[in-house]
Design a protein around this ligand. Structure first.
Ligand code: UD1
Ligand code: UDP
Length: 366
């Protein structure tokens, strides 16, 4: 029996770790333990409930407006205690959050092998996104196994001198989850309200945009909605700094539906039905590109260039340009068609099977 400890703490990590948990939990040769830092609380709990994930350890770390110093320090100490008790043969971390970084560091200090899911994403700008680019590069430096979601991510790791034997091209588990949730007969209170009208789905949360840049993106979306008559759905991130700006810039417009964070199933189905998307989210870029949904990425860079070869476009964070790009997608049929290209660069929905197979057969030789 081999012991695997999966550690995560935020909504996107839970969504993308879920398919791996599903693969490993019924394997009788694997003793899978799950530790959550609860760096996110409500947004994490929603996913845990939706997918019936029952953590063995919950560090319950979230505080309002938490600083990165406090968060990483508490996670590092808390996860060391979890690892001392669980004695895992390998620790599984996902992506580039403070939780993933702290879990990898705690495992590294304790001499426990680390497997990194969604490895090799890069912008090569150390503060863009902040602090994720630093976290993901640091995790690569500590990890033994690197599950690269795309060929480009695997090549980036090879260029950085990571031994090829530790790199496995698997696809992204985001697509595995997406394939479980989207249904043609989906209905919700939001779809009832919007009917068959076109709508824009908006998500915005990045730390480095909080302040004037985020205001500018909201203003661009609002102006485009009012100009074109388009509805907008914005499930607000729980970060109070984000909500303050969103409420100030968006709440008085009758065209905009501000909601609490949606369940994964609700969000994925709205994404599949939306006319276009404006987002700064990493996961949403992958999902939108897989579905071929025209998407403006409200950032200057992306670590997911594969999405740009399909339905995503970098729009920057300037009000004028985002407004212009939304209006173009709504009025120029040819441009809309060119932006409706889907890709399987992020995989076809079998990433978790591949990851479990590497762990069970190649690493544990079971
Ligand atoms: C975190 C990750 C980011 C990821 C994002 C996904 C870090 C440093 N950042 O950013 O990489 O893209 O999650 O959403 O790891 N809050 C709640 N309830 C929740 C979640 C958050 O109230 O369920 C509030 C709290 O006040 C918290 C704040 O949001 O302090 C910020 O949360 P935090 O996890 O520190 O940063 P995110 O911006 O969510
Ligand atoms: N998502 C969700 N509910 C929402 C908004 C997003 O379930 O109301 C999902 C979305 O499908 C994607 C993930 O959350 O899988 C993205 O999370 P987020 O944007 O918070 O983080 P990032 O991917 O930028 O790290």
């Amino acid at each position: 029996m081999r012991r695997v400890l999966a550690v995560f703490g935020t909504r996107p990590e839970a969504i993308k770790m879920y398919p791996i948990i599903k693969e490993l939990k019924d394997n009788r040769q694997i003793n899978l333990r799950i530790a959550v830092t609860a760096q996110h609380r409500e947004m994490l709990d929603g996913v845990l409930r939706e997918f019936s994930i029952d953590p063995d350890y919950d560090l319950s770390l979230m505080t309002e407006g938490q600083s990165l110093c406090d968060l990483t320090a508490k996670a590092l100490i808390g996860l060391r205690a979890v690892m001392d008790e669980a004695l895992p043969d390998i620790v599984l971390v996902h992506g580039d959050t403070a939780t993933a970084f702290s879990a990898a560091l705690a495992a590294f200090y304790s001499g426990i092998p680390i497997a990194h899911v969604e490895a090799g994403l890069r912008t090569y700008r150390s503060r863009d996104p902040f602090p994720e680019e630093f976290y993901r590069r640091s995790i690569s430096a500590m990890s033994d196994l690197h599950f690269a979601p795309t060929a480009g991510a695997a090549e980036a790791l090879i260029r950085e001198g990571i031994p090829r034997a530790g790199i496995h091209l698997t696809g992204n588990t985001a697509i595995d989850t997406l394939r479980l949730t989207v249904r043609s007969d989906y209905r919700s209170s939001i779809t009832e309200r919007i009917g068959d009208s076109p709508f824009l789905l908006l998500t915005l949360h990045r730390r480095e945009s909080i302040g004037e840049p985020m205001r500018a993106v909201f203003r661009a979306v609002r102006r485009a909605a009012e100009h074109s008559g388009l509805s907008v759905v914005y499930p607000m991130h729980k970060n109070p700094a984000v909500r303050r700006i969103a409420e100030c810039e968006l709440s008085s417009s009758g065209r905009i539906i501000l909601t609490e964070p949606l369940s994964v199933t609700d969000f994925h189905n709205l994404l599949a039905r939306s006319t276009l998307v404006v987002t700064d989210s990493g996961g949403v870029q992958e999902e939108a590109a897989f579905l071929g949904k025209p998407t403006l990425v409200a950032r200057h860079t992306t670590e997911r260039p594969e999405a740009l070869s399909a339905s995503c476009r970098l729009a920057g964070i300037g009000e004028k340009e985002i407004y212009r790009m939304i209006c173009t997608l709504l009025t120029d049929k040819e441009e809309y068609r060119r932006a409706s290209v889907s890709t399987d660069a992020f995989g076809r929905g079998d990433a978790a099977v591949k990851i479990a197979d590497v762990l069970v057969r190649q690493i544990f030789k079971l």
